[in-house]
Write a protein that binds this ligand. Structure first.
Ligand code: FES
Length: 166
């Protein structure tokens, strides 16, 4: 795959956004844009990456594919498998635990019929992980939905939040 072919795989809009990120870094340091590039491509691909897309990013940025795989597998906001449209992480660290965080997680799992690490069959929700404190301890228990914090949770409030996700 050459750079032109990589651009065709990534798409015009993604390439434009990646180019904007590359321009923020010194000449020859385009690999510094790899995290942003992968986030852009992931967004364009319904929330996850695959080998073809990661390889295209590698060619586009002049990197070895393995270096891109390393980035994609290291950062928790990057997904290398298909997942649900909405990402949920429930905090179960000490402050949340003491305020019912595990009960909240159990409630979410029962309501959705999935366990941590799984997505609902309709592709709506990905119950991504148990968080190890998201620095909202004073408003425990909490969870993060698509990078938005929801705090002082109760099962009723969780139901409202989950039911509102399309
Ligand atoms: S322990 Fe849950 S936000 Fe800190």
């Amino acid at each position: 795959m050459d750079r032109e072919q990589a651009g065709a795989v990534l798409g015009t809009q993604a390439c434009k956004e990646i180019d904007n990120w590359v321009a923020k870094f010194p000449e020859g340091k385009q690999r510094a844009a790899s995290i942003a590039a992968l986030r852009i491509v992931q967004h364009e691909n319904h929330g996850h990456l695959n080998v073809e897309l990661m390889d295209a990013v590698a060619v586009y940025l002049g990197m070895e594919p393995i270096a891109v795989y390393e980035v994609a597998s290291f950062y928790s906001m990057l997904e290398t498998e298909p997942v649900g449209r909405h990402s949920i992480s429930v905090c179960t660290n000490i402050s949340c635990l003491l305020c019912g965080g595990e009960d909240i997680l159990t409630h979410v799992e029962r309501k959705l019929g999935i366990s941590v690490g799984e997505s609902t069959a309709d592709g709506r929700i990905f119950l991504k992980r148990e968080e190890e404190c998201l620095a909202a301890c004073s408003e425990a228990p909490m969870m993060m939905v698509d990078h938005v914090y929801y705090t002082q949770l109760t099962p009723e409030r969780v139901d409202e939040i989950l039911d509102a996700l399309e």
